[in-house]
Design a protein around this ligand. Sequence first.
Ligand code: NAD
Length: 357
Amino acid sequence: MKNKKINIGIVGCGNIAEKYLEQINNYNNIQLIGLTDIDIERAKSFSSLYNCQVYESLDKMLSDVNIDLVVNLTIHHAHAEVIEQILSSGKHVYTEKPLAMNYKDAKRIIELSKKKNLRLSSAPITYMGEMQQTAYKNLTDGLLGKIRLVYAEINHDRIENWHPNPKPFFDVGVLWDVGIYALTVCTALMGSINRVSGYGKVIMPKRRTLDGEPFKVNTPDFILALLEMNNGALLRLTCNFYANDSKQDHGIEIHGDNGMLYLGSGHDFSSPLEFIEIGGEPSIVPPIRNGYDGTEYARGLEEIADAILNNKPHRASAEHAAHVIEVMEAIDNSVKTNESIDVYSDFTQPPLMDWAR
Ligand SMILES: NC(=O)c1ccc[n+]([C@@H]2O[C@H](COP(=O)([O-])OP(=O)(O)OC[C@H]3O[C@@H](n4cnc5c(N)ncnc54)[C@H](O)[C@@H]3O)[C@@H](O)[C@H]2O)c1
């Protein structure tokens, strides 16, 4: 299988598509065949830059027998429907987060992928970064001993100040758009969650797009959640679309009986990893290999291509994505009812990357 490639098409040519298109060339087991978008001009402008074909609709892309896998980079609310359409056509799916906007849809899509014997893999894959894998390896080796407390921060600034189309992001809210990163990294590294209590509030309701158009925020742009993990640890998640230049940024502190491991960021692959032993001095943990500078989104594509070509399970499983969706739904319910909510789903933690073992 050494010289074989997985041929991909991309649906959704907006903001994040550019990153994927830039990064696909880093890997030789994926080949970009073509692009599509409901706004066809977007697909056209990228296709001239990246030398690939344009399909006038998703249906046309799905009828191309050359394409093995479709990458779904459409906007959150379109995901479930688009994924169902791709799977029904007989092609594998890699999707940007979230897999679906509720747990019921996520389960239905997973059933369809199983019935069709097709791969279904979902971002975020930021736990595959060099720093995050270095943390995972050290946790697996028992560096911290028993873990009892985790603080995860997502201070995601004000996206209307940089994203050309911010409203859908505020519609789904900070938890579903970016809280999902911290939840996915923490559960990948430490396993599943069984109970949640949440608090949410819109703290800055009046916003403006880059063009100066005012819009109102209705979904909480601040969420605080306490999550009970199956490993016995308590996880406190804070996320917001407000705090600017927070010193806590997107950091994750993992506290165990032997000390604390601090991930400078849940999603930057080269940010520092620090260890402080109880009573000791802080030290930087050297990365297992040099980190990609930022987030390499296309790493999830190379990973699933490798899994398909070598007939092994892919790491970014739909079951993991669905568990995180059940957790986020439970947080939303807890915010509404003021009650703690149980979570029932589970998943198999992704194994360390081959280079991190
Ligand atoms: N922008 C980021 O920094 C970022 C980072 C990581 C992940 N993501 C995820 O990527 C996805 C897309 O985000 P974005 O920032 O690129 O959004 P965007 O609004 O810039 O782009 C979305 C694109 O999808 C197209 N689209 C929407 N519905 C469609 C449909 N049914 N069929 C075909 N095309 C459709 C839109 O026309 C648009 O071009 C989201 O799920 C988001 O969570 C975004």
